[in-house]
Design a protein around this ligand. Structure first.
Ligand code: 5CA
Ligand code: ZN
Length: 408
């Protein structure tokens, strides 16, 4: 996917970093910025929450490029994990077939939404060896311990958080906050024998009926969730990455643990942690496990233009949670029509000030509502007529494509 060229360039992106609680500039190093965004667990179709996350990081990538940086963007796919295995067992399908089908649908949805594909989409299954090497590094550093499983020959390996000095520095949560969510977010605090109930699993030894691998130096088994992302990010991009991204449900434990593991082998994990706040439905987080979903593929099948879906997402700031409503979707559909009418005039108000306003709004912590308002105003003036610049509609159309990923 190539970005249309427009005159000028954007300024340095400044974005809210969860770990420092401050807005930080993303300047990259030697002209390149690296971005690792936590990808899908492919057991169900893409919902608007996932879409919000990937559109947000798509905008980040566009802003960084517009500021003159080269972007190296990697996303993982958690293509073997408990919820995926459970769903496949429930539906009587092979887990890897289920994953392949959902990954294909995800890519189709992302393409429709104008999301530029990452440079690499890296599966866990194809990365077992490099993840296992990271597990062994932790073992060699002496920061893990083993626990015998009920029905396994080998031991499950856990990270000993007592040895992770900076644990807590990413989320800055209290122990009470951590204890409250760990169970529902993939942890196993009730497992007997753990040194700390929060200690994350780094290697799960093989159970009957579960997929497993036998990399050198480890018992047959499969990786724990957090080490997958630490290892893939390190392998593909080098640490620290400039941006570790994902939804805010990953602040704790996922990104906290990913960083703890990385620091246990003495590497800082990320310069900035950027999180898309949760998209909900009727007051609850939209999630595959709850099933309260608005699917991108469903909206598309219902005839909603994908650019209207993208405008619905862009109408909300990334750093505040929001709930889907049909009314907000209707507003986005209508906005798309108004923009289309504005861009269809033969001459319009000058595009340069609007482009400058979009660039400034996005560089200012991704203020998408402000960027959309600038275009709304231009479209309004364009349709109300009067002499203008014949080059303006075309130039603005290219800028909307380049900066916002809106192609009308
Ligand atoms: N595979 C892991 C990350 S390594 C995972 O969280 N997969 S996921 O399929 O559950 O979510 C994919 C991405 O969408 C993650 O970045 C997650 O934080 C984000 N996400 C999930 N639900 C929502 C939601 N309701 N609103 C916004 N983002 C969400
Ligand atoms: Zn991840």
């Amino acid at each position: 996917m190539t970005l249309p060229a427009i005159p000028g360039h954007g300024s340095t992106l400044v974005v809210h970093d969860t770990a420092s609680g401050e807005r930080v500039p993303v300047s990259g190093r030697d002209g390149t910025a690296t971005m690792y965004v936590c990808g899908i667990t492919p057991y169900d179709a893409t919902h608007l929450g996932h879409a919000a996350t990937y559109v947000t990081f798509d905008l980040v990538g566009r802003a960084l490029r517009d500021a003159g940086l080269t972007v190296r963007y990697v996303q993982n796919v958690t293509d073997v994990d408990d919820p995926l295995l459970e769903r496949a067992a429930r539906d009587g399908v092979d887990w890897s077939d289920l994953a392949a089908a959902e990954i294909a649908l995800f890519r189709e949805d992302m393409t429709a939404l104008g999301v530029m594909p990452p440079d690499e989409l890296v599966g866990v299954v194809e990365s077992i060896d490099l993840i296992a090497a990271a597990v062994r590094e932790l073992v060699d550093a002496g920061v893990t311990y083993g626990l015998p499983g009920d029905d396994t020959e080998g031991e499950d390996l856990y990270l000993d958080l007592a040895q992770a000095d900076s644990f807590g520095s990413i989320s800055r949560w209290t122990r009470e906050q951590m204890d409250l969510v760990i169970r529902e977010r993939g942890g196993d605090p009730d497992r007997p024998g753990k040194r700390d109930p929060l200690d994350p699993l780094v290697w799960r030894s093989a159970r009957p009926g579960e997929p497993s691998w036998t990399p050198a130096g480890l018992p047959p088994g499969r990786p724990g969730w957090h080490i997958e992302c630490t290892a893939i990010a390190a392998d593909r991009l080098g640490l620290p990455v400039d941006i570790q991204g994902g939804g805010s449900d990953l602040v704790f434990p996922h990104h906290e643990m990913s960083a703890a593991q990385s620091e246990a082998i003495e590497e800082a994990y990320a310069a900035a942690y950027v999180h898309q706040e949760m998209v909900g439905l009727d007051g609850a987080k939209m999630s595959k496990s709850k099933g309260n979903l608005v699917l991108v593929s469903r909206l598309r099948a219902d005839g909603i233009d994908p650019m209207a879906i993208r405008l619905l997402l862009l109408a909300h700031r990334f750093d505040a949670p929001w709930d889907y409503t049909d009314a907000a979707l209707a507003t986005a559909v209508e906005r798309r029509e108004r923009w289309l009418a504005g861009l269809s005039v033969t001459e319009g108000p000058p595009a340069e000030p609007v482009i400058a306003a979009i660039r400034a709004a996005i560089a200012d912590n991704l203020d998408t509502p402000r960027a959309l308002a600038a275009v709304d105003e231009w479209a309004q003036r364009a349709v109300s007529g009067g002499p203008g610049d014949p080059a303006a509609p075309g130039l603005l159309a290219r800028a909307l494509d380049r900066l916002l990923g809106i192609r009308l």
